[in-house]
Design a protein around this ligand. Structure first.
Ligand code: APR
Length: 230
């Protein structure tokens, strides 16, 4: 029986598709203060600034293409005889664009809009502003359907169920600095899963993995998938 594989991905897997990471040199958090653009308080204080930040990222993500790492994971899901689940911290749609189907966006998606009044969700227009009306309740309270610092990540119950069953856990392109995602490797290891990290350079959680492959995702991920599919 083929092992169940759970793969956590972070911004590093989309770096070679031209989308910025957060904590690398020149990353998004060196250009913007998290408290201004990625917290509910920041949105309440200056919704125009927050919408501008996410509208720019939404348009960049829509123009980006999946890279060899995204495609390798889609191939793994298609060809691996067991279950393959991607849990992504990313808000771009590049896993789905590469053909992956079992994808859980624990930090939401740029493609989604959420009404801060009635919780209605709809496909986000490329440009959102503080006056973008909710199609359901018409309140001018649209926000990006992304999870901000201080908010509860999405799909956690489902993710924890997968982590209780995983036999091979991989983390790709994440610095391991944000929880709860950074604790998933311990969850997996605690019930006997083999763990592997594939990323450009050592992360905060590298020591927690059984194996580590350092290098650009477009090189190390296809090689890892090739080894698995043998
Ligand atoms: N290939 C592989 N890994 C890469 C590449 C690459 N080409 N380029 C960068 N990396 C690695 C970096 O070494 C780093 O470990 O990707 C990681 C990016 O780390 P972060 O920028 O911290 O991104 P991430 O771990 O996804 O951040 C987690 O923090 O701000 C929040 O919600 C945001 O989802 C995000 C979360």
């Amino acid at each position: 029986m083929a092992r169940k594989i759970v793969i956590l991905t972070g911004a590093g897997i989309s770096a070679e598709s031209g989308l910025g990471t957060f904590r690398d040199e020149g990353g998004l958090w060196s250009q913007h203060r998290i408290e201004d653009v990625a917290t509910p308080e920041g949105f309440a204080r200056n919704p125009t600034l927050v919408h501008r930040f996410y509208s720019a990222r939404r348009q960049q993500a829509a123009a980006a293409h999946p890279n060899a790492a995204h495609h390798a994971l889609a191939r793994l899901e298609a060809e691996w005889p067991g279950e393959v689940v991607i849990v992504t911290q990313n808000v771009d749609g590049l896993h789905e664009a590469a053909g992956s189907r079992a994808v859980l966006h624990m930090h939401g998606t740029l493609a989604g809009a959420l009404c801060a009044t009635c919780d209605h969700r709809w496909p986000a227009p490329p440009e959102m502003t503080p006056t973008t009306p909710c199609p359901a309740c018409h309140a001018p309270r649209a926000r990006p359907d992304v999870v901000w610092f201080g908010e509860i990540p999405y799909h956690m119950e489902e993710i924890l169920t997968h982590l209780s069953e995983v036999e091979l856990f991989a983390a790709i392109g994440t610095s391991g600095q944000v929880y709860p995602a950074a604790s998933f490797v311990q969850e997996a290891a605690s019930q006997g899963a083999e763990t592997v990290e594939l990323t450009l350079e050592r992360s905060e959680i590298s020591r927690a993995f059984d194996h580590r492959h350092f290098g650009p995702a477009t090189e190390v991920v296809p090689r890892w998938v090739e080894t698995l599919l043998g």
